[in-house]
Design a protein around this ligand. Structure first.
Ligand SMILES: Cc1cc2nc3c(=O)[nH]c(=O)nc-3n(C[C@H](O)[C@H](O)[C@H](O)COP(=O)(O)OP(=O)(O)OC[C@H]3O[C@@H](n4cnc5c(N)ncnc54)[C@H](O)[C@@H]3O)c2cc1C
Ligand code: FES
Length: 271
């Protein structure tokens, strides 16, 4: 169920120049609402006049044991800069959980065993919790994560807890221990194994998601429902399906990314 609630900052870690990892827990110490892989939160940016609207941020991980919600944030403007300045113990107000997440084994009409999760840049954020849920359900998880450069790579050790990890960097800089290859994600040699995967889940910049969608369409004769899902990051305001500012023109008509998505089957996309 959706709730608007205050969370307390448990910790804020600077992962690199542009990214932070924010760990939050409900201020009232009640157990969090149940959160599905691929859902997001709308976070109120307090004391920042340049950020009037709440900002949508994906659920990076849910640590049920410690009742913590993790957010992975890239600093791009006033709102995210304010988030990066939060102090331990400070309160932030969230509306959560929002949107429809990735299709997971319990909701899928087909039994799937072998999942490829493809992320680009901060778009890797929702894939950690997604991979964790799949791994706990006994599924085989492979992460293919793309960054512009090795110095931008974050959270690899966390991803490695739930599956195999492969990496690409656009500038060809290499990091050890994850079969790092130069180029875009679709150029990685693991992509030759597409026939062995039962599902592909993607989040990242739109050109990267389009490239993955086209690679899947070009490799498979027919793409069956739920085989390839992408998580869109259209600009949002209300996050609740009311303001219509996040609309995507799909084969099913105009859909609100915040409430009908953010996850869409590539068969429903016009790109
Ligand atoms: C469903 C969803 C999930 C998201 N999950 C994450 C996440 O896990 N981590 C994360 O760091 N970011 C995530 N984003 C993007 C994040 O919401 C924006 O980066 C943030 O709102 C920017 O706020 P700001 O005030 O710092 O920047 P602004 O001043 O609002 O904008 C700064 C720059 O960022 C660009 N920008 C703003 N919003 C977006 C967007 N939605 N997509 C692409 N560019 C944008 C603007 O065009 C501008 O160039 C997500 C967005 C959506 C819709
Ligand atoms: S953000 Fe308002 S309808 Fe989607």
């Amino acid at each position: 169920m959706k709730r608007q609630t205050d969370f307390t900052v448990v910790s804020l870690a600077r992962l690199n120049e542009r990214n932070i990892l924010l760990k939050l827990t409900p201020a009232d110490r009640r157990p969090m609402e149940s959160i599905l892989a691929g859902q997001f939160v709308e976070i109120l940016i307090d004391r920042e006049p340049g950020a009037f609207l709440r900002r949508p941020i994906s659920v990076h991980y849910v640590d049920a044991a410690s009742n913590e919600l993790w957010l992975l944030v890239q600093i791009v403007g006033d709102g995210t800069r304010r988030l990066a300045a939060l102090q331990t113990g400070e309160k932030v107000n969230l509306v959560y959980p929002l949107g429809k997440g990735f299709t997971m084994p319990d909701d899928d009409s087909r039994v799937r065993e072998n999942y490829l999760l493809v992320g680009g840049g901060v778009g890797v954020a929702p894939l950690l919790y997604t991979g964790a849920v799949l791994a706990r359900a006994g599924k085989k998880v492979t992460f293919l994560l793309g960054w512009r450069s090795a110095r931008e790579i974050i959270q690899l050790d966390e991803f490695k807890k739930y599956g195999r990890v492969f990496v690409t960097t656009e500038d060809g800089t290499i990091v050890d221990g994850c079969r790092c290859e130069p180029g875009f994600v679709t150029a990685h040699s693991i992509c030759q194994e597409l026939p062995s995967f039962d599902a592909v889940k993607v989040c990242g910049p739109k050109p990267m998601m389009a490239a993955v969608a086209n690679w899947v369409r070009g490799t498979k004769e027919t793409v069956e429902p739920n085989f390839c899902e992408v998580s869109l990051e259209n600009k949002m305001a209300c996050g609740l399906g009311v303001c219509l500012c996040c609309v995507e023109d799909t084969t099913q008509g105009h859909r609100c990314v915040c409430s009908d998505g953010p996850v869409f089957d590539i068969n429903d996309l016009k790109w």
